[in-house]
Design a protein around this ligand. Structure first.
Ligand SMILES: [Zn+2]
Length: 434
């Protein structure tokens, strides 16, 4: 069952926990003394791996923050103290997209790159991709890890990989059609953007024989209305996936599309905590995702605070996989969540309302706080041929109905709002009290 070539997607929960425990112990044999970041961190906290006698003891170890990894790299450039092995052991380097703060560099060995590919195997198979498929990667192939790991996943699966870097949107559409792409990896935002470009250029999207769109980089593919919009534009199924440069490719959506993503629990240990108190939450409660990755000893993260909001679901899935799920995928960033009159409002909840309106091409949300009062401001771009004021009033009413709060909805000029290929930033918080 624990054969590494056959990832145990359907192992019992007990078998999964046993596998996690075995891999955690392997990691604990490697890190002390070699990985300075964790040796020093655990030393300061007064704990050592030998204090961890079971999986539930893991919580004795301190959380890891992105800012700590960044600081370590600032103090000891370029890779800091979390690179466990001598530099010559590493084969791949990437860095976070840097949309928020200083980029963090991450390094992989050939072995951990193979692990990335294995994780992507879960993602691709979940989306129904096989060796017969032609997978188009609509991605710029810069230093951001993005879909680089998908390349390794596609290689391991034996499918054909079509790199779509360095091209504009129309060239990418032409290439997808010419090479008869059957699966496409891209962000949900970019899937909608390509549909917009296709419409502008009278390019028939249905002429691309794609069956599966595999999304990453941001929430959206599990926002019901966004998903429906992408699926109808492309005539293909839309699958969500979540991962991060510093963590790995950790979650994927299965062919049953259960309104959520499975966590690859054979390679990751997940916890959900209250972002304020750090206390562990029960399944069903929304909290911050904390991850320990088990396959990257050369640059590990142990109890890493991702800043992503999730809701854990342990009930069985129709696909038969025993991996836990995150209902609704990643629900947004914990710093983007605001509490308005006792109601937790998070970005994907707002997105889900706005995406009901096909007349809205793009949007931006600002949560403004003044004197402890929060106000929601939404800018929308309305597509050509629609009555903008009418759409605006409808969006305002729909948000009020769904979230019980009154937003200020403003119509922006066509093309005024930023378009994104990766890592859309449609939400911002402004504290005007200061
Ligand atoms: Zn499933």
């Amino acid at each position: 069952m624990t054969n590494r070539d056959q990832p145990p997607e359907k192992a019992t929960r007990e078998q999964l926990r046993e596998r996690q425990w075995q891999k955690l112990q392997e990691l604990f044999r490697v890190l002390p003394g070699r990985n300075r970041f964790y040796t020093e961190k655990w030393g300061k906290a007064g704990v050592t791996p030998s204090d961890i006698k079971s999986l539930s003891d893991l919580r004795k170890l301190p959380f890891t923050l992105k800012s700590e990894l960044v600081r370590s790299q600032e103090e000891e450039p370029p890779f800091g103290t979390n690179a466990t092995f001598p530099l010559e052991a590493y084969s791949h380097v990437h860095q976070t997209s840097g949309t928020t703060g200083t980029p963090l560099r991450v390094v992989d060995t050939l072995e951990s790159w193979e692990w990335w590919g294995r994780c992507w195997g879960h993602v691709l198979r979940g989306a129904g991709v096989t060796a017969q498929d032609r997978v188009f990667l609509a991605f710029s192939f810069g230093p951001f890890i993005g879909f680089w790991a998908a390349v390794e996943g596609v290689r391991q699966l034996g499918a054909m990989m079509i790199p779509g870097g360095g091209w504009d949107s129309l060239q990418r559409l032409d290439m997808m059609r010419a090479l008869r792409a059957t699966a496409i990896c891209l962000t949900p935002t970019y899937a909608l953007r390509l549909a917009e470009v296709a419409r502008e250029h009278k390019f028939d999207l249905q002429s691309v024989p794609v069956r599966s769109l595999i999304h990453a980089g941001e929430p959206g593919a599990n926002v019901e209305r966004t998903k429906a919009r992408i699926e109808s534009a492309w005539g293909a199924k839309c699958f969500d996936h979540a991962g991060a440069s510093e963590v790995g490719a950790h979650s994927f959506e299965c062919e049953f599309q259960p309104n959520g993503i499975h966590v690859i629990e054979s390679e990751f240990i997940v916890e959900v905590i209250d972002p304020q108190t750090g206390e562990e939450l029960q399944p069903g409660q929304i909290g911050e995702l904390v991850i320990t990755n088990l396959g990257r000893p050369g640059f590990p993260v142990i109890r890493y605070r991702t800043g992503d909001l999730v809701r854990l679901n342990l009930s069985p899935c129709a696909c038969g996989r025993t991996f836990a799920r995150f209902d609704g995928g990643l629900l947004g960033r914990s710093d983007d969540m605001v509490t308005i009159r006792g109601v937790n409002v998070y970005p994907t909840a707002i997105e889900n309302v706005i995406r009901q309106f096909s007349a809205v091409d793009e949007f931006q949300v600002t949560m403004k706080t003044r004197h402890q009062m929060s106000e929601l401001e939404v800018q929308i771009e309305v597509g050509f041929g629609n009555d903008a004021e009418d759409v605006r009033a409808h969006v305002e009413r729909a948000i009020h109905r769904a979230l019980s709060l009154r937003p200020r909805v403003i119509v922006a000029q066509p093309g005024a709002l930023e378009r994104f290929e990766m890592k859309a930033r449609r939400f911002q918080k402004l504290d005007e009290s200061r």
